[in-house]
Design a protein. Structure first.
Length: 157
């Protein structure tokens, strides 16, 4: 059975250690962000991650549109402990498990580009092993962001 072609960004899957953390960041004005979009940070404000982004800050935990003013947005930090699920844009092979690859897409339809290794921002840990997800076209994979802009801060009391 063929996989359904349904790119919908990066979905939080699990943590390798610790508890999942959702943070609040400032979304730059004139942005349209869907839940699951990769995010970058520039001048202290978040924006959409692109296929040529050399590092990512996180993944949007909510949809948000900013018109003319900045706004707060919830996001999952891009850490090596945070696993996300996403659809591959092409044909996945089991030999791609362990590969560092690129991302691609636009707002609401971001995917893992399993055949591109220019930026290598996403590490494929495995593929979703269910009857509804076969190896081949549009396979859903699990992985983490290897190159992150996110630097956690501690609170001093």
């Amino acid at each position: 059975m063929a996989n359904i072609n349904n790119p919908n960004g990066f979905t939080f899957n699990s943590m390798l250690s610790g508890q999942p953390t959702i943070k609040t960041g400032v979304l730059a004005d004139s942005q349209t962000i869907a839940k699951g979009d990769a995010l970058v940070i520039s001048s202290g404000q978040l924006g959409i991650g692109l296929s040529n982004s050399p590092a990512l800050y996180g993944v949007a935990a909510e949809a948000k549109v900013t018109d003319g003013a900045v706004a707060d947005i919830l996001f999952y930090p891009a850490t090596k402990d945070t696993l996300f699920e996403a659809q591959c844009s092409g044909t996945f092979a089991e030999s791609m498990v362990g590969a560092d690859v690129d991302i691609e897409g636009a707002t609401g339809v971001m995917q893992v580009n399993e055949n591109a290794t220019t930026e290598q921002v996403f590490h494929i840990v495995d593929y979703i092993r269910t009857d509804e997800n076969a190896i081949g076209a549009n396979t859903r994979v699990i992985g983490f962001f290897t190159r992150s802009q996110y630097i956690p801060t501690s609170t001093v009391i």
